[in-house]
Design a protein. Structure first.
Ligand code: GDP
Length: 473
């Protein structure tokens, strides 16, 4: 068969050690098979089991994906029999967007892993602001939910997961299950703990053919808490802190337009550097910009940890003729101030090490803009460029930085947000390259008590940047 021939001609490194399927048209998505030219080979190899799960998922997606006979038939039944027990061959989870691009990428990744674990097909709803950022991830199919799906919502009210739980708690014996359900896992005002991580809830959700998911969270740690998924996950990810590293490389290939932004910038400013350091400065609130001196924090962190060299204030010129090393600094921020300061600083004086420092910032958008495609395109390019650096400094609690670190396989230095201590550390090295799940469950489904994370889940720890968040190690 054609695929076998192609496999034998594509080197393993190009397919990221078997993570990517062969057989895609290369020109329509240059990044898919070119990314390996821009990154060092990852020391973390995908497990054979993960690879086989992905190939099986691709078969399922091809069979049930948009515009297939199965898709049309299932959607017709879902619309017609909204509240009758519907058993379908194909089941779906439809991801919908919330919040910024970093949040979207981490939550789509979690949704994909959930889909793989539950034999559902992941479909994504991209509005104008997200079109053409990514290539299609699944061979010979599409992951975008067809426009006709939207009309579904206008027919009748769709039941929610909360009402399903409420009914269940009330012990009302149900004769019929909804065929479609809103599953909102976004951290809510009143209910952080939606029992999604309990086997019992999973058994309820299992009965429902289509779930419309809304979340901005990286809820992967929840999946590791679910007893019925645990064994599968351990086989898929023998190294637990590589979940987004692998899923990110598998799912998110920059479109040709985004790849143009990435490669032109890379070739102009980063390719020739002996070392590349990425600094992401995210100001999350006006309160933060008023109370923190982020420029000082960046300097303290990078100079004291020798990520960047000190200035030689006594000299105005470095007279040594020895071969100079070039360090390129990529700054990502909504404002130009930090890069401007660093650039001027390294222009005015030589460095004590003799290193030459170049400072570059792709864009300064001023503010987060929602619903803007070009704005998201730049954000995506910058996340990806950060991930191509050798060392990262990121801002605490930022999913923008999380995606960059996981794609890059990097443990960043996190600019520490003081929690009121007298001498807070300048910055802290992350202990894992995984994102932090900001609002994890707090309830132990088996013991029916408050969850004691440390003793129940040895592969999870509280995050460096939010002490109530959880991450895999
Ligand atoms: P988080 O809020 O830091 O967790 O990250 P998100 O990506 O979810 O939301 C922040 C959004 O603000 C991004 O998606 C961008 O739209 C914008 N943004 C924030 N920082 C930057 C930056 O350094 N560069 C660019 N281009 N956009 C940014």
């Amino acid at each position: 068969p054609a695929t076998t021939t192609i496999t034998s001609t594509i080197p393993n490194e190009k397919l990221l050690d078997g993570l990517l399927a062969s057989g895609f048209d290369e020109k329509s998505c240059l990044s898919r098979y070119q990314s390996y030219l821009y990154r060092k080979a990852s020391p973390h190899k995908p497990s054979a089991y993960l690879i086989s799960k992905l190939r099986n998922y691709e078969d399922l997606h091809r069979k049930c994906g948009p515009r297939t006979e199965y898709y049309n038939r299932t959607m017709r039944r879902i619309i017609r029999d909204r509240h009758i027990n519907v058993k379908t061959t194909c089941k779906y989870i439809i991801w919908t967007a919330a919040n910024g691009l970093g949040n979207r990428i981490v939550s789509m990744s979690a949704a994909f892993l959930y889909a793989v674990l539950t034999d559902r097909v992941l479909l994504v709803e991209f509005w104008h602001d997200m079109t053409d950022l990514f290539c299609e991830p699944f061979l010979n199919s599409s992951w975008e939910v067809p426009k006709s799906f939207h009309s579904l919502g206008h027919h009748k009210k769709i039941e929610t997961y909360e009402s399903l739980l409420k009914n269940d708690r009330g012990n009302t014996s149900r004769e019929s299950w909804p065929s479609i359900l809103h599953l909102n896992l976004q951290h809510g005002s009143n209910d952080h703990d939606k029992l999604f991580h309990c086997d019992h809830s999973q058994a309820l959700l299992h009965k429902i053919p289509a779930l419309i998911l809304r979340t901005d969270q990286y809820f992967v740690p929840s999946l590791f808490m679910i007893p019925s998924f645990k064994q599968e996950l351990n086989k898929m990810f023998p190294e637990k802190d590589t979940v987004l590293h692998h899923l990110g490389h598998y799912l998110f290939h920059p479109s040709n337009e985004a790849w143009g932004l990435i490669t032109r910038f890379y070739q102009a400013y980063l390719a020739k550097a002996d070392e590349k350091i990425g600094i992401q400065v995210r100001v999350l609130s006006t309160e933060e910009s008023r109370t923190r001196n982020l420029m000082k924090e960046v300097l303290d962190c990078t100079l004291k940890n020798k990520l960047l060299p000190e200035l030689d204030t006594k000299k105005s010129v470095d007279s040594s003729l020895k071969n100079k090393t070039l360090k390129s600094v990529l700054v990502a921020s909504l404002i130009p101030d930090y890069a401007e300061y660093l650039r001027t600083m390294y222009w005015m004086k030589p460095t004590v090490t003799g290193e030459i420092i170049g400072v570059y910032q792709p864009s300064h958008e001023g503010e987060q803009k929602s619903g803007d495609n070009k704005h998201n395109m730049k954000a995506w390019a910058e996340i990806y460029l950060l991930s191509l650096c050798d060392t990262l400094v990121t801002s605490s609690q930022s999913t923008f930085g999380y995606v960059a670190q996981s794609l890059g396989g990097l443990k960043p230095w996190i600019l520490y947000k003081s929690l009121g201590e007298k001498d807070p550390p300048l910055c802290q090295r992350a202990f894992s390259m995984e994102p932090c799940f900001h609002f994890p469950p707090k309830y132990d489904c088996t013991a029916k008590t408050k969850l004691d994370i440390g003793s129940v889940f040895p592969s999870m720890r509280f995050c460096e940047d939010i002490n109530t968040g959880l991450k895999l190690v």
